[in-house]
Design a protein around this ligand. Structure first.
Ligand SMILES: [Zn+2]
Length: 118
């Protein structure tokens, strides 16, 4: 069992730690899709959704968005291997849905499994 979770904010890349919560595993076991979704807050004020499975493993990390509907693409792995300015542009594109100028990068990330698109 992990003592705590460490995730990177999908919006700004900041490190977020959250205590391991045994209730999350119980909730995942009861959930029809086997996942427990919870919200963390990053140090810069972003809200981040994480999906925890019955083994207590984080399966999905996503920026929480407003009521504007589902994004077409989501980040499924940390982007911190990207240079910060590029990472920001990619994250902005994912948030706004405006991929102009980053189509190539986003496509590469999608192929690499870092971003998942519907
Ligand atoms: Zn953040």
């Amino acid at each position: 069992m992990l003592p705590e979770y460490v995730v990177n904010c999908p919006i700004c890349g900041a490190r977020i730690t959250a205590p391991y919560d045994p209730k999350a595993v119980e909730a995942a076991l009861r959930s029809p899709d086997g996942l427990y979704i919870t919200t963390l807050k990053c140090p810069n004020g972003h809200y981040v959704l994480i999906a925890i499975d019955k083994d207590g493993v984080i399966r999905r990390i996503d920026a929480e968005r407003g009521a504007g509907g589902r994004p077409d693409c989501e980040v499924v792995k940390p982007l911190d291997f990207l240079p910060a300015p590029i990472r920001q542009r990619v994250l902005d594109a994912l948030q706004t849905g405006d991929f102009r100028g980053v189509e190539k990068i986003v496509e590469d990330l999608r192929r690499a499994g870092v971003i998942r698109c519907l």
